[in-house]
Design a protein around this ligand. Structure first.
Ligand code: VGL
Ligand code: ZN
Length: 219
């Protein structure tokens, strides 16, 4: 479906053209829509995280109707990883393997493969590639292989969080040669610093990611 995106040169947000988005060479990638991020009782709650579930599910229906591939990423950490503050990183313990917090949100419609990241203690954010805890070398997650197997050329990305895993996944998507779009009403930011979400959007637009839809007021 090359050529269906509206141009966002100079950072202007594109208008939603949802009906035209999907085809067999397009994949919807739902990033880290997990309890620890989406549920207010989670260990790293993203403000408004659960609010996006209905728009993500609606998007999943559109993708299904068009025969598009749908893939999910899942943050899946061991008890100790340089990703966590207790081990030298910056985050509270979250998305511990096999825990409630790591489960995908219970209302999320799951219609495709789930790709886990961080399983062996890797640090990082992208759904495509993380860094080996010893030495920092990149470790691929299997998402690129999964998409290549399905003949995917374009990505539509949504989920959590705008300023970390959504951004890193979208930037890697562009680097790997996918035409990459992000859905503004189906993402939310951690905003450790106010404005992080907006800066992430600007960074993605600058890299050639097409920002689609209406930007959420909460950024
Ligand atoms: C994420 C912080 C730590 C994310 C994952 O999914 O955006 N953020 N781990
Ligand atoms: Zn994490």
């Amino acid at each position: 479906m090359t050529g269906t995106w509206k141009s966002t040169h100079s950072g202007a947000w594109a208008v939603d053209d949802s009906e035209a988005r999907y085809g067999p060479q397009v994949a919807l990638v739902v990033v880290d829509l997990q309890n620890d991020f989406a549920d207010p009782a989670g260990s790293l709650p993203v403000r408004g995280g659960a609010e996006i579930v209905p728009s993500v599910n609606a998007e999943i229906q559109r993708a299904l109707a068009a025969g598009a591939e749908i893939a999910y990423t899942q943050d899946w950490h061991p008890a100790h990883t340089p990703h966590f503050a207790q081990d030298g990183g910056i985050w509270p313990v979250h998305c511990l393997h096999d825990s409630w917090g790591a489960e995908l949100h219970p209302d999320l419609s799951v219609k495709g493969p789930i790709v886990r990241k961080g399983t062996h203690g890797e640090d990082g954010y992208s759904g495509f590639s993380m860094r080996n805890p010893a030495g920092g070398l990149p470790v691929t997650t299997g998402l690129d292989a999964e998409l290549a197997r399905a003949g995917v050329e374009s990505l539509v990305i949504c989920g959590l969080a705008t300023d970390y895993c959504v951004k890193a996944t979208a930037l890697d998507g562009v680097r790997l040669g996918y035409e990459t779009a992000v859905l503004l009403d189906a993402i939310r930011a951690v905003d450790l610093e106010p404005g992080d979400g907006d800066r992430a959007l600007a960074e993605m637009a600058e890299a050639g990611v097409v920002l689609v839809g209406i930007r959420a007021a909460t950024s």
